[in-house]
Design a protein around this ligand. Sequence first.
Ligand SMILES: O=C(O)CC1=CCC(=O)O1
Length: 268
Amino acid sequence: MRDMKIERDGVTLHARLDGVDDTNAPTLVFANSLGTTLHMWDGIVPLLPDGLRIIRYDKRGHGQSDVPDGPYTMGALVSDAAAVCDAFTVKDALFVGLSVGGMIAQGLAVKRPDLIRAMVLSNTAAKIGNGPMWQDRIDAVLDKGLSSLADVTMQRWFSRDFLMSPQLKHWRDMLTSTPPAGYAGVCAAIAGTDFYTPTSGLRIPTLGIAGSEDGATPPDLVRETVDLIPGSQFSLMRRVGHLPCAEAPDAYAKILIDFIAATGHMTT
Ligand SMILES: O=C(O)CC1=CCC(=O)O1
C-alpha cells in the first residue's frame, strides 16, 4: 500500500495505491460517492485478484483531501480524477465509479479517453436529482451540519435490513465526518451536471450496477444511463441500497471480477 498527495489547481488530493505497484499492471481506479472517503472500498480491495494495481482517492472536500471553498464544478472533479490518474501514470484503466463517482467516470471517459478502456457505472446516472433538491440540501448542510441529514441519508444509502445492523454506525460516522463545505461543494457539482448527451457518444465496455432498494439512484435510472452506451451490461443486486459495496461486498466484488474477465482486463 502506498499513499500519495497530488496537487492540482492549488488543491491537495489524497490517493492510495494497493496491489501491484507497477505501471504495466492492469489498473483499476475507484471513485466513491458524496459523503464518503476512499475507505468506502475497504471491503472490496482485499477480494480482488492478485496482479492488479488498485488506485482510489478522496474527492476534494472529502477524507484527507483539501476542502477548498465551494461551489465545486463537475469539470473540477473530473480534472481532479485525471490528475490522480496522471500522477500514477495510468493508461487504459478500468474505472469504477459509484454515484457521483460514476458521474466522474462518464466525464473522464469523454474528456480523457486515453485513461479509461472500460468503466463500471455503479448506482449512478447521467443526471441525479434536480437543482432545487440539491439547493435545499446545500442550505441544510451549511446551516445545520451533516448530522441533520444523517437519518434520511442512511435511508437512501441502505436497505431496510442493513439499517438495523451494527455496521450502520461506521457509515453514519463516515458521512458526519465529512466537512460541510466539502459536501455542499460536491452537491453543487452534481446539481450542475447532465451527461445524457456526452455519455450517449461513449463507445467503451460499460457495466451498470444497481441496488433494488437504492433510494438515491433507483435501478431504472441507472439502467436508463447505461443503455445510452451500446453494448453495455447491467447487473441488478437485490436487497441492497445505494452502497452495495458496503452491504454485500462479496457479491459486489464477484460482479467486478466477472467484468474484469469479460473485458480481458487482466490479460492486457
Ligand atoms: O443522496 C445521497 O446521499 C446519495 C448520493 C447522490 C450522489 C452521491 O454521490 O451520493
